[in-house]
Design a protein around this ligand. Sequence first.
Ligand SMILES: [Zn+2]
Length: 309
Amino acid sequence: MATPLSADRLLSALRAEGLTVHEHDGWRTHGRDAATGKAFGPVHGVLIHHTAGHNDREICYNGRSDLPGPLCHSWLGKTSGLWMISAGRANHAGLVDLDVINALMAEKSPLPHDDQANADGNDVLYGIEIENLGNGKDPYPTEQYRQAVLWATALCRAHGWTERSIAGHKEVQPGKVDPSFDMDIFRADVRKQLASKPGKPTTPPPTPSTPRVDLSQLVAAAKADPPARQGHVTYRAGVNLVEAALVAEGLLPKKFAGDGSYGTTTRDAYARWQRSPAGGGYTGKGADGIPGKASLARLGARHGFVVVA
Ligand SMILES: [Zn+2]
């Protein structure tokens, strides 16, 4: 629990961490507090997003037709640096899982699965939007990723938090996939930066990772989700990556993808992948819809994820 940093304290914390900070006109008083009648804070953590677009700084400031700005506290360009968008309440998190918020508050690790949308994350979370298409192919330049690590580190350091106060949007709100990099690696990079002096970036600079799918967690989902209630979730992040790949292969209708549940439709689609030449041409029990290492690695090679056991 903590009072949000004022605009001045935000700036000084970010600069002390070694960041160059650009200020959008009007950012100091740009917030949703007055419009919603709900003040920002107390704050419980830090949320990481990708924008799913390019050249979207002004969208993040002004908002969209369906969602008024600000849409984040800071916007981090691919090459145009870090920009301050708001020091108040911002429309970035939406409805999130209260269990995850409580875990962030208590700095518990690992975070529980986000299977509910029952708390307003905009009340309690700082948010950064990182300019990236978020398709797993659009790279995060090393300098951009380094700045994202410094941004999250600065807020944690200012509040006396550890890296366990940080989450990705995909970890707090069911159905979200951002950011497209691995949050465990991001938190480890923040931990390293927190252990060093502010303003002294850790070397070598952290680099973003290719998304990873954990085979054992995915197999557990493929076994647990189909017999459970509709929409049962065992391993949201990995299932979403695999379902997106199956959609791209034309094996799974899009409407069945993205809910994080490895249901019977996903299992049937995966079995079609196993039977396909590109998936390995398996037959019989080899094409039962339960992922194996070889067929999953083939899918990942075509769709931008790696398989870890
Ligand atoms: Zn997001």
